[in-house]
Design a protein around this ligand. Structure first.
Ligand code: SUG
Length: 437
């Protein structure tokens, strides 16, 4: 059974333009953010999908500002002094240490279900997110959180993140898709070693070597593992993760024709591995341009199986506002096929930083026994959803701009909120401030 773990946008959600090659993040730098609305928009999606029969769970935000990182970078004194000095001497470093980017849990880890792995355990490898300082900060807390939720080492293997280097850059499930039959597709942006195609303008965040290491660590069968390279031109057009250009679920793949190098060979390899049921829906440039796909995040949709059968496409509201993409979606439904319904969500707070519906969720397939082994209160039911909503309304500000990040009161508010949340979710102490700094 597939569980969608959604990240909760944290109390310091803001627009600091930190992500290179992520057009939305670059474009919206310095805008005023609304952290409360960000968290409520995410929760509304979770509630709606749970009501549609999706098994929904949550992952908590991280401690921000990351005081330990600021101190490691040479800022000293009381917490308030550290924040003041960082704002004065290196505001962009303070912004990086305050990013709420951990909300995009499609980048938290790569997950292989127990059916696919050599030792029959669920394997989770936290992503090192080595391409950006503000995201590389996430790995230790992600590891602690996953170990708190999946503690039973007979059933779950939560690995260490790969070494955090450019050669082993790993961005998690955003570059990984699991299909029926235990077929796992890993998409990378470049090879770390040797010559080969690479983007000219923007960074390729994931290396082949990293993808191979994750597949090796998870004990995946080589004949059911497919590696594909992103088209460098797609990265240069703003496709900084594969999930900006493709989404797959069960035996359906929904992607743009300009997603990968040697795309026909990749599709043939997937067809051979997944079998007769494999159904690729490849959108042509003349139907939706790459630029429209990036602007609307059409492919950052979720694909989920409806209890009544058929697939539901969970898309950003922007897809209905772009005439060409809206027309394509109408035609897709009219044509018939595995996608039988489309719903859209207003996730604008997250979208302005380049995070759509699929970025906000991490898929974890669990057997009934594995599900029963999880004691944390992370599975969303009406009671948890109500408690989270009240928690958000109690603790979150409705206005935040980069200049506010030095406010010591924001640090206190965030810590108070997170401390309460770890009790609500029953995950113990996972943040540095809960473990003596
Ligand atoms: O890594 N944005 C994130 C968005 C991640 C989206 N995730 C997936 N595609 N799965 C990123 O580029 C912007 C933060 C800022 O600018 O403050 C940011 O990190």
């Amino acid at each position: 059974m597939e569980f969608n773990f959604d990240g909760i946008p944290g109390p310091t959600h803001n627009y600091s333009g930190l992500a290179q090659g992520n057009l939305a993040s670059e474009r919206n730098a310095s805008q005023v953010a609304n952290p409360r609305e960000a968290a409520l928009q995410g929760l509304a999606k979770m509630r709606a999908l749970a009501a549609r029969g999706v098994s929904q769970a949550v992952l908590p935000p991280h401690e921000r500002p990351a005081m330990r990182a600021l101190r490691a970078l040479g800022f000293s004194g009381s917490d308030a002094e550290v924040l003041t000095k960082a704002m004065r001497d290196a505001p962009v470093v303070l912004a990086a240490c305050s990013s709420a980017a951990a909300m995009w849990v499609a980048n938290a880890a790569t997950v292989s279900p127990s059916a696919d792995t050599a030792d029959g355990r669920v394997h989770l490898t936290p992503a090192n997110l080595a391409s950006h300082f503000h995201r590389a900060l996430e790995a230790p807390t992600t590891t602690a959180v996953l170990r708190a939720i999946f503690p039973d080492s007979d059933r779950f293997a939560v690995h260490e993140a790969l070494p955090s280097t450019p050669q082993t850059g790993d961005e998690g499930a955003a570059n990984h898709t699991r299909f029926d039959g235990g077929v796992e597709l890993f998409v990378y942006g470049r090879r770390a070693y040797g010559p080969g195609p690479a983007p000219a303008r923007f960074p390729a965040r994931q290396t082949l070597e990293a993808s191979q290491a994750v597949a090796r660590g998870h004990g995946l069968a080589p004949r059911r593992t497919v590696f594909a390279q992103q088209a460098p031109a797609a990265i240069d057009a703003g496709v900084f993760h594969n999930d900006v250009i493709a989404v797959g679920h069960a035996s359906t793949l929904f992607c743009h024709e300009r997603a990968w190098l040697d795309q026909n060979a990749v599709l043939a390899e997937l067809a051979a591995a997944v079998g007769d049921a494999f159904t690729p829906i490849v959108v042509r440039e003349r139907e939706v341009t790459l630029d429209d796909a990036v602007a609307t995040y059409l492919f950052n949709s979720q694909l989920v199986t409806r209890p009544e059968g058929g697939l539901l496409l969970v898309a950003p509201a922007e897809c209905r506002e772009n005439e060409r993409v809206a027309r394509y979606l109408d035609a897709l439904l009219a044509r018939g096929g595995p996608i039988e319904e489309i719903v859209t969500f207003d996730l604008r707070q997250s979208m302005r930083n380049g995070g759509g519906p699929a970025c906000l969720r991490l898929r974890v397939a669990l057997t009934a026994h594995e599900r029963a082994a999880i004691r944390a209160n992370v599975f969303l039911d009406a009671a948890l959803a109500d408690a989270l909503e009240a928690w958000i309304r109690r603790h979150y500000r409705d206005r935040l701009e980069p200049a506010d990040l030095a406010d010591a009161a924001l640090l206190d508010e965030s810590r108070r909120a997170l401390d309460e949340l770890t009790r609500l979710l029953r995950i113990g102490s996972v943040y540095p401030f809960q473990c003596n700094g």
